[in-house]
Design a protein around this ligand. Structure first.
Ligand code: GLV
Ligand code: MN
Ligand code: MN
Length: 413
């Protein structure tokens, strides 16, 4: 049975769809800029809906703008098995982050159909709204709303740097899609599986095509607002200035030193820093910067995250500072039974696998709260991701999809 399903997975069909999707938001350097709820994201969703329709999969959405394609089960009332990831990308993202999980789900379902498998439970391929959180921060909006972890009204009010609210961008996205029925948020889910590129170099280094993901490391994010006073660059003595750039950079340096002194597993990133008015001859009156802090060890993550406000306060000089915590997601472990299934299926398909944690965040973090969840990783070249040079081998992508297809058949039987 597992072999019969796996042999229906088409490496070329999967690859061709990935390359077609990569045209939505394609960048000159070979990457993808398909940020959440942009016209490019809407076009990618429309393409996915079309591919699903050709397979007889019914498309639906929900109040958070998630997109579902449903393969009906023999028992229509049974809770569905969900699989997928996200179609949105970072501004300089690659061709595989997120979109692989969605298209692996589609390919797996097509393989089940071709193999004549009629699952008892419905299987739904899902594209979660705004996983990346670069245009609208923080991300994971669709899966958080679905799992009841974040207020929908608050999500709808989040604005991008141009002042456009999620609610308005979602309305524009809906207008670019065929009319879709709306499913309730928080409906029951039997299980959730997400396939993804590893985004780190371990699988490639160990020459293992399949990663059995043990869990996801914890993450805390912050928005820091430093307020000084705008002043003339030629006439205001340094001692009299309240320079928000000087204060903010002092904070960033001290935060970095503190994290680096902790241990080698700490991930600390200030990826966005916006100065106002951002003019060469005006002392900056305000700086807003982001902190992305991650660690697999929960007590360490708590200790370092809890220290952020005090470190900023100590480095503020004559400016004032306000620290807001946006995300506090603890480290998690996926259920052993799900990991064992993935490991066993890989073994039966004679594909070498490796147990490893996910250092990146995924929508599976939220689904883990509401249903037995798991993740399948495949290698990506050099572990490079969130980068236009991101690359994965067609054979590895297909291997992950074979494991996914067999797993979905089991979970939905
Ligand atoms: C997801 O894209 C992450 O930043 O971990
Ligand atoms: Mn991703
Ligand atoms: Mn990503």
């Amino acid at each position: 049975m597992i072999g019969r399903i796996a042999e229906r997975v088409s490496e070329t069909r999967l690859w061709d769809r990935l390359m077609t999707m990569a045209r939505h938001g394609a960048t000159a350097a070979g990457g993808v800029n398909r940020q959440a709820l942009s016209p490019e994201d809407a076009a990618a969703q429309a393409t996915l809906i079309g591919w699903g329709a050709a397979l007889g999969l019914a498309a639906a959405t929900d109040a958070a703008g998630n997109l579902f394609l449903r393969l009906e089960g023999a028992d229509r009332d049974a809770a569905p098995v969900l699989t997928g990831s996200h179609l949105d990308s970072q501004p300089s993202g690659g061709k595989f982050d997120g979109v692989y999980g969605v298209l692996a789900g589609l390919e797996a379902v097509e393989a089940l159909i071709e193999a004549g498998v009629r699952p008892r439970r419905p299987i739904e391929i899902v594209a979660w709204m705004n996983e990346e959180g670069s245009r609208f921060a923080p991300g994971m909006m669709g899966s958080e709303a679905f799992a009841g972890l974040r207020d929908l009204g608050e999500i709808m009010r989040v604005r991008d740097l141009d002042g456009i609210a999620v609610a308005d961008a979602l309305t524009a996205t809906r207008a670019a899609l065929p009319p879709l029925p709306e499913l309730p948020l928080g409906r029951p889910v039997a299980a959730y599986v997400e396939a993804h590129i590893e985004q780190a170099p371990l699988l490639e280094r160990e020459a293992k095509p399949i990663g059995v993901v043990t869990g996801i490391q914890g993450k805390r994010t912050f928005r820091v607002e430093v307020t000084g006073e705008e002043a003339h660059a030629g006439t205001t003595p340094l001692v009299e200035r309240r320079d928000a750039i000087i204060a903010a950079t002092a904070m960033v340096q001290q935060l970095h030193r503190t994290c680096a002194a902790s241990d080698q597993q700490v991930m600390f990133t200030v990826g966005r820093l916006v100065a106002e008015p951002n003019a060469p001859s005006v002392v900056a009156g305000k700086v807003t910067f982001s902190i992305d802090l991650r660690h697999p060890d929960q007590p360490t993550l708590e200790r370092l995250g809890d220290a952020v406000p005090d470190i900023c306060e100590a480095a503020r000089g004559s400016c004032s500072v306000h620290v807001a915590e946006l995300v506090n997601a603890p480290s998690l472990e996926f259920p052993a039974s799900m990991r064992e299934r993935i490991r066993r299926i890989a073994r039966e398909l004679a594909v070498p696998s490796l147990d490893l944690p996910s250092l990146a965040g995924h929508d599976a973090r939220q689904l883990h709260k509401v249903a037995p969840s798991g993740m399948i990783f495949v290698p990506c070249r050099g572990g490079i991701s969130h980068n236009e040079a991101e690359w994965a081998e067609p054979g590895h992508l297909a291997a992950g999809t074979r494991v996914l297809a067999a797993l979905l058949a089991e979970l939905a039987s």
